[in-house]
Design a protein around this ligand. Structure first.
Ligand code: F6R
Length: 610
C-alpha cells in the first residue's frame, strides 16, 4: 500500500528516493513518482506500474539535487495512471506533496476550491492537499501546513516541498505512520512511512504522532503541534546497517519465507519456554499478576491471515485457559457494541503493526478502557506503540505480500500466551510440560514438509487447472482451511472457498462436481472420522479430492485421489505441518499459472487505509 520516501542531504536525492521507494515495493503499489527542486523550479517524474518504469524516465546524471520526495501509490481515488500518481501539485506548481491515507472531506474542499477558480489535474483526494496549501500559503511553510491541517479531515501522512524553499521539507501525520531518520555525521535526513525503507542504515529515528509537524531545514529538525508548541521527541536508534532484503537464492520472497519457518517458529519460542517447569515467560509483559489472573474475557482483533491466527487462538484460549474469547475481524469491530469489562483483555494481532483497520479497532477498545496487548512482527510499529504491552514475533522482515512465516509465528506466540494464562489458572505443570515438549519438535516436523516440496509440486500440477476449489476442515483445521484458501486466492487468483466440512450439506454441496475439487485437512484426530464422512459426500458427487493427513491415519487413501502425508503430532500443533504444506501448494499452483508472485494483483502488504 502507499509509501512515502523523502530525502534531504548531500547525496543525489532522486537516486536516494528511488532506492527508498524500491525498499517500499513489497508493500504493493500500482504507480510511483518523485518530485524535486531544480533551479527554483519543481520537477517531477511519474509512472504507472513498477519503480523500474519510473527509473527509466529519469536521467540521474543531470540531476544532482539535494532535496526530493517520492511515493508509491496504491489506487483508492482514481485509476492507477500517471495523472493520479503522486507527487501532486498546486495549480501553479509551486508546492509538491506526497500523501498516504484518505482525506474524508476532500469532495467538499474540492468543490470549494473549484468555486474559487482552482483547476484540478487528477481524480485523487490527495491533490486537494496541494491546492489547499497553495491557498493558505503566505511565505511560511510551517504556518501554511498548520492552517491546512486544521481544514483536513481523515488520515494522512504527508511530506511537502516548495520551490521557494529549496532547503526545506515539511511533513506531518494524523493516524498514519511517519518516521524521520537522520545521520548527524553525514547531514542527511530521510523521511518514510515505513521503517523498512531505512534498511541497511544506522540512523537516529523519531516517530511523529498525531497532528505533529516536522520542519526539516538544512541541518535542523523541529517538531511542533497544531498549537505551535515545540515537541521534544525521543531519539531512537535504528541499527540495520548489516541487514538487507534478499531472496537468498530463492526464486521468490514467498518461497524463501516459507522455507524460513523451521527457524522462525523456533525464534518465536526460544527464551520464552521453560519445559521442565511447564511454564512460559515473556520478556516484557508487565500486566499485574492480579489482572492476569482475573481476565475473564479476551477479544482478539486482526485482519486477513492474522485473523485466521486469531480464530485458532480463540479455540485454544477457551480450551486450555478456560477464558471466554472472541475473534473479531478488525474492520467489523466499529459496528459492534464492544462489551468491555475491567477484566477484558483486547489483543491485536498484526504482522506489520500498521494495518489501518486493526488500528481503528484498537482505538475503539482503548476508548472503552480495555487493557490492550499487541502481537506484532515489526517493533516500533504503530500498533506496538499504541498498546500497553507487546509480544514480538521475531520472525524477521516479511517481504512477500502473502503472509506465511508471520502466521506460524503468530500461532506459536498465541499458544505460548494460552499456556502462560492457563498455568496461572487450572493447567497442571505436567500438561504444560507435555505441550512444550511437543512444540519443540515442531520446527523439525515443518522441515520434513519442506523436504517433500517436489511431491507437493507434482500434486499442484494436477489441481492448478481448476478455477474453483473447496477447502474443508473442522475445528482447528477450519481456520487452517481458511488460511490455505486465502493463500491460493491471493497468488493464484483461483476462486477458493473454505468451509467447515459439516456445513457443506447445508448448501455449498450444490457446487461440488467433477469441475470443483476438494482439498481437505485431516491432521486433527478429533475431527478425522467426521471429515471422512464429509469427503464421502463430496466423492459421491464426482469431486477430485486432495487430502493433507497425518502419516498414521487410516482409510483416507481409499477416499481421496491424492494424499500428502504429514508428520504426526498433537491436534493443536498439526496446524503447522498442514499450513506449511498448504502454503507450498498455493505457491506451486501460482508458479504453474504464471502469476506475478512477488507483486500479486490488487494487493498491498501493509493495508494502511480503512
Ligand atoms: C494475506 C495477508 C493479509 C494480511 C492482512 C493483515 O497473505 O498478508 O491478509 O494478513 O492484511 O496484515 P497485518 O498482519 O500486517 O495486520
Amino acid at each position: 500500500m502507499c509509501g512515502i520516501f523523502g530525502y534531504l542531504g548531500k547525496k543525489n536525492s532522486i537516486k536516494a528516493c528511488l532506492n527508498g521507494l524500491k525498499l517500499l515495493e513489497y508493500r504493493g503499489y500500482d504507480s510511483a513518482g518523485i518530485a524535486a527542486i531544480k533551479n527554483n523550479r519543481l520537477i517531477n517524474f511519474k509512472a504507472s506500474g513498477k519503480i523500474s518504469s519510473l527509473e527509466k524516465k529519469i536521467h540521474l546524471k543531470h540531476l544532482n539535487l539535494d532535496i526530493a520526495i517520492g511515493h508509491t501509490r496504491w489506487a483508492t481515488h482514481g485509476k492507477a495512471n500517471d495523472k493520479n500518481a503522486h507527487p501532486h501539485f498546486d495549480e501553479k506548481k509551486h508546492i509538491a506533496i506526497v500523501h498516504n491515507g484518505i482525506i474524508e472531506n476532500y469532495d467538499v474542499l474540492k468543490k470549494d476550491l473549484k468555486d474559487k477558480g482552482f483547476k484540478f489535474r487528477s481524480e485523487t483526494d490527495s491533490e486537494v492537499i496541494a491546492q489547499l496549501l497553495s491557498k493558505n500559503y503566505k511565505n511560511d511553510l510551517l504556518e501554511t501546513t498548520i492552517k491546512t491541517l486544521t481544514e483536513l479531515k481523515g488520515s494522512l501522512a504527508i511530506a511537502l516541498i516548495h520551490k521557494n524553499h529549496p532547503n526545506e521539507i515539511v511533513c506531518a501525520t494524523r493516524e498514519s505512520p511517519l518516521v524521520i531518520g537522520f545521520d548527524d555525521k553525514k547531514n542527511e535526513f530521510l523521511i518514510s512511512s515505513d521503517l523498512n525503507a531505512f534498511l541497511g542504515r544506522n540512523l537516529n529515528v523519531i516517530f511523529l504522532k498525531n497532528d505533529e509537524i516536522a520542519h526539516i531545514k538544512q541541518k535542523e529538525i523541529k517538531v511542533i503541534n497544531l498549537k505551535k508548541q515545540i515537541i521534544f521527541k525521543k531519539l531512537e536508534k535504528l541499527n540495520s546497517k548489516n541487514q538487507n532484503f534478499s531472496k537468498k537464492g530463492f526464486k521468490h520472497y514467498l518461497l524463501k519465507e516459507i522455507f524460513e519457518q523451521p527457524l522462525t517458529i523456533q525464534k518465536a519460542y526460544l527464551g520464552r519456554i521453560f519445559e521442565e517447569k511447564g511454564q512460559v515467560e515473556f520478556e516484557h509483559l508487565n500486566f499485574t499478576k492480579s489482572f492476569l489472573s482475573q481476565i475473564d474475557n479476551i477479544i482478539i482483533t486482526a485482519c486477513g491471515t492474522s485473523y485466521h491466527a486469531a480464530l485458532i487462538a480463540k479455540t485454544y484460549f477457551e480450551e486450555k485457559a478456560n477464558i471466554l474469547t472472541s475473534a473479531e475481524i478488525a474492520s467489523e469491530m466499529r459496528f459492534k457494541n464492544l462489551l468491555v469489562t475491567p477484566n477484558t483483555l483486547v489483543i491485536a494481532i498484526s504482522q506489520s503493526g500498521e494495518t489501518a483497520d486493526t488500528i481503528a479497532a484498537l482505538k475503539l477498545a482503548k476508548e472503552k478502557k480495555a487493557k490492550t496487548l499487541s502481537i506484532v512482527n515489526v517493533q516500533n510499529s504503530t500498533i506496538a506503540r499504541m498498546t500497553e504491552e507487546s509480544i514480538f514475533l521475531k520472525a524477521g522482515p516479511e517481504r512477500s505480500v502473502c503472509s506465511t512465516k508471520a502466521f506460524t509465528s503468530q500461532i506459536t506466540v498465541l499458544y505460548l500466551l494460552a499456556i502462560y494464562l492457563a498455568r496461572q489458572r487450572s493447567m497442571q505443570k505436567k500438561e504444560g510440560m507435555l505441550f512444550l515438549k511437543e512444540l519443540k519438535k515442531t520446527p523439525n516436523k515443518v522441515r520434513k514438509v519442506l523436504q517433500i516440496s517436489s511431491l507437493i509440486k507434482e500434486k499442484a500440477k494436477k489441481y492448478a487447472k481448476f478455477e474453483n476449489i473447496f477447502f474443508l476442515g473442522r475445528n482447528l483445521m477450519f481456520p487452517t482451511a481458511l488460511e490455505a484458501a486465502l493463500k491460493l486466492k491471493e497468488i493464484s487468483y483461483v476462486n477458493a472457498n473454505a468451509y467447515p466440512a459439516g456445513e457443506m450439506k447445508h448448501g455449498p454441496l450444490a457446487l461440488i462436481s467433477q469441475k470443483v475439487p476438494v482439498i481437505a485437512f485431516l491432521a486433527n484426530k478429533k475431527t478425522y472420522d467426521k471429515m471422512l464422512s464429509s469427503l464421502m459426500e463430496a466423492k459421491a458427487r464426482g469431486a477430485l479430492i486432495l487430502a493433507f493427513a497425518s502419516k498414521n491415519s487410516y482409510g483416507i487413501e481409499d477416499i481421496a485421489d491424492d494424499v500428502i502425508w504429514l508428520e504426526n503430532t498433537i491436534d493443536e500443533l498439526s496446524i503447522f505441518p498442514s499450513s506449511v504444506a498448504a502454503q507450498l501448494f498455493a505457491y506451486f499452483v501460482a508458479v504453474i499459472r504464471k502469476t506475478d508472485i512477488d507483486h500479486p494483483r490488487n494487493l498491498a502488504k501493509s493495508v494502511t487505509v480503512e
